[in-house]
Every structure is written in structure tokens, then in C-alpha cells.
Design a protein around this ligand. Structure first.
Ligand code: DGJ
Length: 331
């Protein structure tokens, strides 16, 4: 018996060591747009339509958990953490809920984004909540005391009484938090969150362009708003407009890449600004959707060429980032 246990635990330890070694061997040494992106356990990251935010010294990435074999009655928001934006540890599903408002089969929870409210000390998650017709067009809110959850569903509503499908998150340099949302009949709205982040209090702009996957970045005195056309899961030429204030006026929209490239197969989800000791890198975060095998959807993260009202997502290729200096290298 003792001998059996020893052999058994030896096999278990060997398996554990081998799988850890395999996970370490799989760790990326550069950002590889469009490739599978293994987390610390070697599993492809499941954080689709998501957003990244820094709390203290750690980055958190929240997104749609679309692994195979999940309970089809539930919806899951994953949470990953990282110090360098390249190596991510899966922190579990921060939100895991059954249909909170009895919306029926194929109810929708998409594009989760998390804000931290310093006054209430709560982590507040926003997401698109819908039924299978996509006509409900609401945001849902869930709250937690900790970044990795568990988040608890609180309520849903239409922001400022407008339809809202895809949502985007923007936090300005002064810490003010905004929600970007797609209001199908009219366009693309930017609104400021209330003091406790549990509602929206002021519309900043209505950009009369039909766009989803909304994202904003504030760079050297200009605001750049990015979005994609409404083509479902299919890629299209994403576009951007520029303004000196969130209240506009906004410039005409221009392509972020040669239009025939269809944004290299990706759809915008966030513009992430990394400011280090020496420079600032703005990362275009996009999803390369695989509609029939969603768990294989990949990511296109590329540092953009940005400044003086121009923005360009370069041809995807491997690159590295130094979050301390704020600089990046395309090898
Ligand atoms: C495009 C949106 O950006 C996605 O979040 C998702 O809602 C798909 N449409 C569904 O077709």
C-alpha cells in the first residue's frame, strides 16, 4: 500500500511538473497578434470583447468567457491579471450568472467593462444585456468589493433612456469615467458616469455615425474616438474621429488602416494608453472573432501610430512592450 502510494504520488508529481514546464514553455515572449494567447496555465485567454484596467500596480483584463463546455444557461465574465500586459494569470470568472431578468434562451451578456469607484470602494462592472432579439438594448451592472469578484448583479437600464448595445469604457486623465454606447437609431454616444458609477448622469456627445466596438483615447490634448461598422461578427474597416473636447465637435471619420485590410480581421474593443517613465504607447485592442468557434477567437493588440489628429493601426506583427518606460519595439 505504502509503495503503491509512493509510486502514485511520484507519477502525479511528474505529471504536475511536466504540465507546469509545458505552460512555462508556452509563455509568449512578444505580443503575437492573431495567434492563440496562452495564460499562465497554458490555456488560450478567454476575454473577448473586453477591457483592461489598472488597479494599483496590476492590470486586470475582463472579457467574455467563451470556453467550450460551459453551462449554456449561464453567462461568464473572466478576469485575468498581469504586471506587464503580456503574461496573464486567470483569476477565475469574476461574474457567473443565470439569466438575471428572465430574458429567455440565448440571452446576451457582452462586452463587460469594470471601473473602480474610489469613493464607494466598489468595483462596478457594466455590460450589454439583451435577449435573443437584441431589441432590449440595455446595460447591466454588477458590483464587487474585489477586482476578481465575485460580482453580484444589481440592475439593468437604458443609459439616459437610450438604446445601448456595444459598450466601451473610457477613463480620462483626470480620472473621470465615461461609457461609450451604441444607440442604433442615432449613433454613438459618450456619457459621464454618476458619482457612484451606478448610473449615467451627463451626455457628452452624440456622434451621428453608426458604429459599434466604441473606444476612446486621450492623447496629447486630443480625443480619438474609434469604432467599427455594424457587420455582426464580420470584420470591417474601423474608423476614427478626433476632437479637442469630449463634447465635440468631432471631425469626419477616417480609416485606421487601409480599408481593403478590414482592420486586419479585427474589431475594436478598447484603446489602452500605457504611460511609462519615458514615453507613452497607445494600444489598439481588437477582437478577431471566430463566430462558429468563439472560444478560438483571438486578439489583435498593436501599438498605434498616433499624434496631431492622425491615428494608424500598423500591419500586425510581433512586438514587445516595456510598461515601466512606456516604450515598445516592433522586432
Ligand atoms: C458585433 C458586436 O460588436 C459584438 O459585440 C456582437 O454583439 C456581435 N455584433 C453579434 O453579432
Amino acid at each position: 500500500m505504502y509503495k503503491y502510494l509512493t509510486i502514485n504520488s511520484l507519477i502525479q508529481t511528474t505529471c504536475y511538473l511536466l504540465s507546469s514546464a509545458l505552460a512555462i514553455a508556452q509563455q509568449p515572449s512578444s505580443f503575437n497578434p492573431g495567434q492563440l494567447w496562452p495564460d499562465a496555465d497554458g490555456n488560450h485567454i478567454q476575454a473577448h470583447g473586453g477591457g483592461v484596467i489598472k488597479f494599483k500596480k496590476t492590470y486586470y483584463w475582463y472579457g467574455e468567457q467563451r470556453s467550450q463546455g460551459l453551462d449554456s444557461n449561464l453567462r461568464y465574465v473572466s478576469c485575468y491579471s498581469s504586471k506587464d500586459l503580456l503574461h496573464w494569470k486567470f483569476r477565475g470568472n469574476a461574474l457567473q450568472i443565470t439569466d438575471p431578468e428572465h430574458l429567455g434562451p440565448r440571452w446576451v451578456l457582452e462586452r463587460p467593462k469594470v471601473y473602480y469607484n474610489e469613493k464607494t470602494r466598489k468595483y462596478v462592472m457594466y455590460f450589454h444585456l439583451d435577449n435573443n432579439t437584441y431589441k432590449l438594448a440595455k446595460v447591466g451592472i454588477a458590483v464587487s468589493d474585489r477586482p476578481a469578484g465575485p460580482f453580484v448583479f444589481v440592475k439593468s437600464f437604458r443609459p439616459l433612456d437610450h438604446e445601448s448595445r456595444d459598450i466601451g469604457q473610457f477613463i480620462d486623465d483626470d480620472g473621470t469615467a465615461y461609457l461609450v454606447f451604441e444607440d442604433r437609431p442615432f449613433g454613438f454616444r459618450i456619457a459621464r458616469l454618476s458619482e457612484d458609477y451606478m448610473s449615467l448622469e451627463k451626455e457628452m456627445s452624440l456622434i451621428k455615425e453608426h458604429m459599434e466596438g466604441g473606444a476612446i483615447v486621450h492623447y496629447k490634448g486630443l480625443y480619438y474616438a474609434i469604432g467599427s461598422a455594424l457587420t455582426g461578427w464580420q470584420a470591417n474597416p474601423n474608423k476614427y474621429a478626433v476632437a479637442t473636447s469630449l463634447e465635440g465637435p468631432w471631425s469626419d471619420f477616417k480609416d485606421v488602416a487601409p480599408p481593403e485590410k478590414n482592420t486586419y480581421g479585427a474589431q475594436s474593443t478598447m484603446m489602452l494608453k500605457v504611460t511609462g517613465k519615458r514615453s507613452t504607447t497607445v494600444i489598439f485592442m481588437g477582437d478577431i472573432w471566430k463566430p462558429k468557434t468563439q472560444w478560438e477567437s483571438t486578439y489583435l493588440w498593436m501599438p498605434v501610430q498616433i499624434g496631431e489628429g492622425q491615428l494608424r493601426v500598423p500591419e500586425p506583427q510581433p512586438w514587445t512592450l516595456d510598461v515601466k518606460s512606456g516604450g515598445y519595439r516592433i522586432d
